[in-house]
Ligand binder design. Structure first.
Ligand code: PYC
Length: 313
C-alpha cells in the first residue's frame, strides 16, 4: 500500500494512493459500507499500530462517480469510518497538489456524505466548502458521571457532534487526559440517554469550548473523536457544526468570520453562506503540510500483519 502523510493544523492524515481495497464504482456511501463489511482489515492495516497511531485519519482515494470531481475519498480512523473530514480534505488537497494531480484553484471532491468544494490557494493553504450543516437539538442536558449536568447542542457538520456549552477543565495541553476522560463520559451519557443524530446514528464526536488564547480568535475547542484520540486541529466538521449552531442561534451572520482555535493552538478561519434551500454551508480555511511518502508492507508471518485493533479486546 502506498501512502502519503500530511498534517493539517497539527492533525494527521494518511492518503492511500495505491493498494487500497477493490470497492467497485458505486456511490461512495455504498463503497464505504463495502469497505466496512468486507475489507475492514485494510483500514486497521493502514492506520493502526505498528504502521500508524490512534490520532491518524486515513483517506482512501477513489474514482469519483461525479466526473466533475477531481477525486473521491472515504475517510476512516482507528475504530471505523467517518462521513466527512475537514482537516482530511485540506490534507488531501495538499497531497494531490504534491503529486501534481491538481493545481491552485477550485476543485470538487466526492465523499460518502456529499460533494465538497475545495480551493487550493497556494502550496499549503486550502479553503473547503463543506456539506450542509445544521443544529439538530438545542440545549440538551445529560447527567454525566463525575461531572454533573452538562448542557449542549447536537449538530451535523459531516459527522455528529455534541457541543457542550461549558468545559469541565481549562483548554490547555496539560489537561488533555482529563478532557479526554470527561468527553468520554459525556459520550457515554448521551448514548445511555438514547440521544442520537437525526438519522439515529451515535453522537460520536464531543466538543468542549472555551475562550480563545490568540488575539483574533473567537473560541478554543477540544474535540474527542470516536476511537479516543483528540483532534489536534480545530476539527473541520466540528467547526462546521459550531458555525451551524451559531447560525441557528442568530449569533453569526452569513459571511461573518469565525476563528476557531484548537487545543494545540492551531486554527481554522470559518464563515458560512445560506444556499437556495436555506441550508447553512460552512467554509473553512486551514493549512496542511506533507510529511512523508511511504510503502506499507505486510508480512504473512506477522501475527499483527493487519495492525493492532484498538476497537477489539
Ligand atoms: O477535521 O473534520 C475533521 C475531523 C474529523 C475527525 C478528525 N478530524
Amino acid at each position: 500500500m502506498r501512502v502519503i502523510d500530511s498534517h493539517t493544523e497539527g492533525e494527521p492524515t494518511r492518503v492511500v494512493i495505491e493498494g487500497g481495497p477493490p470497492l467497485g464504482n458505486g456511490p461512495l456511501a455504498e463503497r464505504r459500507l463495502r469497505f466496512q463489511r468486507e475489507f475492514d482489515s485494510f483500514r486497521s492495516f493502514a492506520v493502526n499500530e505498528p504502521r500508524g497511531y490512534d490520532a491518524l485519519v486515513g483517506a482512501l482515494l477513489c474514482e469519483p462517480v461525479d466526473k466533475t470531481c477531481a477525486a473521491g475519498v472515504i475517510y476512516f480512523n482507528n475504530v471505523g469510518y467517518l462521513g466527512m473530514c475537514g482537516h482530511g480534505t485540506i490534507g488531501l488537497a495538499v497531497t494531490l497538489a504534491h503529486l501534481g494531480r491538481i493545481g491552485p484553484g477550485l476543485h470538487r471532491f466526492e465523499t460518502p456524505v456529499g460533494i465538497v468544494g475545495v480551493e487550493l490557494r497556494g502550496r499549503n493553504e486550502v479553503t473547503i466548502e463543506n456539506v450542509a450543516s445544521y443544529r439538530h437539538l438545542a440545549d440538551v442536558s445529560v447527567d454525566v458521571a463525575g461531572l454533573g449536568r452538562i448542557t449542549g447542542d447536537v449538530a451535523w457538520g459531516g459527522n455528529w457532534f455534541f457541543l457542550a456549552k461549558t468545559t469541565p477543565h481549562a483548554l490547555e495541553m496539560a489537561n488533555v487526559g482529563a478532557l479526554t476522560r470527561a468527553a468520554e463520559a459525556v459520550g457515554k451519557a448521551l448514548a445511555d440517554a438514547g440521544i442520537t443524530g437525526s438519522d439515529g446514528a451515535p453522537v460520536d464526536h464531543i466538543e468542549f469550548f472555551g475562550p480563545a488564547a490568540g488575539p483574533d480568535g473567537n473560541s478554543r475547542n477540544f474535540v474527542l473523536c470516536p476511537g479516543g484520540a483528540y483532534d489536534r486541529s480545530p476539527c473541520g466538521t466540528g467547526t462546521s457544526a459550531k458555525v451551524a449552531c451559531l447560525a441557528a442561534g442568530g449569533k453569526l451572520k452569513p459571511g461573518e468570520r469565525w476563528v476557531q482555535e484548537s487545543i494545540v493552538g492551531s486554527r481554522f478561519e470559518a464563515h458560512y453562506r445560506v444556499d437556495g434551500l436555506g441550508n447553512v454551508i460552512p467554509s473553512l480555511t486551514g493549512r496542511a503540510y506533507v510529511v512523508s511518502e511511504a510503502t506499507l508492507l505486510r508480512d504473512a508471518n506477522d501475527p499483527f500483519a493487519d495492525g493492532l485493533r484498538s476497537d477489539r479486546g
